[in-house]
Each structure stands twice: as C-alpha cells, then as structure tokens.
Design a binder for this molecule. Structure first.
Ligand SMILES: C[S@@+](CC[C@H](N)C(=O)[O-])C[C@H]1O[C@@H](n2cnc3c(N)ncnc32)[C@H](O)[C@@H]1O
Length: 210
C-alpha cells in the first residue's frame, strides 16, 4: 500500500467535513480524499492551496519535474467531481464544495485565516513546498486551524537521509520538535514509498493530545 492510500484509509474512518490540502497539484488527491471522507459524511468542503501555473522551476521539489496543473484545470476537475457526486440517486448523493487558493502559502494561509473568520479543518495534509522553512510555516498556520479531534498529516518524512538533506528538506526537523512538545502526539506512519535512492518517504500523523 502506498503512503497516500494509507492516508485515504485514515480519512475514511474519520468524521471529516472539512479538508485542507497544502499542495493541491492536479486535484486528483482532493477527489480521493473527499471520496474517502464521504464514507462517513454526506457533505465535504475542500480547501486546496497551490501555486498552480505560477509555479516556477525553483519552486518544484528536489528531483521533481512534475509541473502542477493550472488553477482552471484543477477547478474544472473538482467541479465535475462535485457534479458527479451531486447527481447520484438520493441515497448515494453527496455534497462537495471547494475553494482553491493560489499563491505562496506564506501569503495565502494568513490571508485565508483572516478572511474566513477562524476557519477550522478536520483533516489537513501538508504537502506543498518541501523546504524545512516552508513546512514549518505551513505547520504554524495549519495547526491553528485544526478542529478539536482533527488530524494533520505531514508528507516528506525521510528515512535514513543525510544531515545536509534534512537541514534543508523534509519534515524530520519539525517532527523532532513536536515530539518534545506535550501538546502534540506524533506518529510516523508504517507505510513508506521508496525514492530513487531506495530510501523511504513517509507521512507523519499529528494530533493534539486529549
Ligand atoms: C508534491 S506536490 C503536491 C501533491 C499532491 N498533494 C498530491 O498528493 O497529488 C507539491 C505542490 O506544492 C506546490 N507548492 C510548492 N511550494 C509551494 C508554496 N510555497 N506555496 C504553495 N504551494 C506550493 C507545488 O506547486 C506543487 O503543486
């Protein structure tokens, strides 16, 4: 099972009405997350943050050449997903709403928080820029928007990476800091995908302690 599949299984077991994804990319993961959340809820609202067509080569993650789709393309995908689930027979019908936030999360997360009047999300997936500072920044804003009982998943926890890589990329540093904070319970997930060097990449589940 891939690490994202594991993520979808987790959301399927949750009472999840609001999803935030940092790194919407193509919108495919948004549809998968929403489909899984529909197992327990008829209505799901998704907020996707990305650079979309404004993504420059230097914004791409190390080793990646995959350019995100344009905002319009992602919006069209999510619109058509919402229409498909909205015209099912009544007992299978679902309500999907979405908002896409384009730009660097350094600007879009604080702007969204201020405009939404204290938005909260049950499930947050942080998978945008993989630089240590960007992840720390995304964590700061997202952790403030987590609903009571909600879950944050951090992508890009690297197994056996060299210290120079970990000083620049991935969530390992943040995870070590959170492990020392009594407020947060941290669990590196058992499922790993392998990178080109054969090293594991994992997601990390973070929840507020009861
Ligand atoms: C690895 S992809 C996300 C993959 C997606 N979550 C999925 O599962 O299919 C990372 C995305 O983050 C976006 N990104 C990178 N740096 C960003 C930043 N500082 N602010 C907003 N989005 C950023 C990129 O444009 C890219 O689409």
């Amino acid at each position: 099972m891939s690490r994202l599949r594991h993520l979808h299984e987790t959301i399927a077991g949750m009472d999840c009405r609001t999803i935030i994804e940092i790194g919407a990319f193509s919108g495919h993961n948004a549809c998968r997350l929403a489909k899984a959340a529909f197992r327990r809820n008829r209505s799901v609202c998704y907020h996707g943050f990305d650079l979309f067509e404004s993504c420059r080569p230097e914004d791409l993650n190390p080793g990646s050449t995959r350019q995100p789709q344009t905002r319009a393309e992602v919006a069209a995908r999510l619109q058509s997903f919402g229409e498909e689930v909205g015209r099912r027979p009544l007992w299978l019908r679902r309500d999907f709403r979405f908002e896409l936030h384009q730009g660097y999360t350094e600007e879009t997360l604080p702007a969204f928080r201020a405009a939404s009047g204290g938005a909260r999300a049950d499930f947050i997936f942080i998978d945008g820029g993989h630089q240590v500072e960007t992840i720390a920044h995304d964590w700061r804003w997202c952790s403030e928007m987590l609903s009571p009982g909600g879950v944050i998943f951090l992508d890009d926890y690297y197994d056996a990476a060299d210290p120079a890589t970990l000083a620049e990329f991935g969530c390992n540093q943040l995870v070590e800091t959170l492990r020392q904070t009594p407020e947060w319970e941290v669990a590196v997930q058992p499922t790993a995908d392998l990178n080109k060097k054969g090293r594991g990449i994992r997601v990390v589940k973070v929840q507020r302690r009861a």
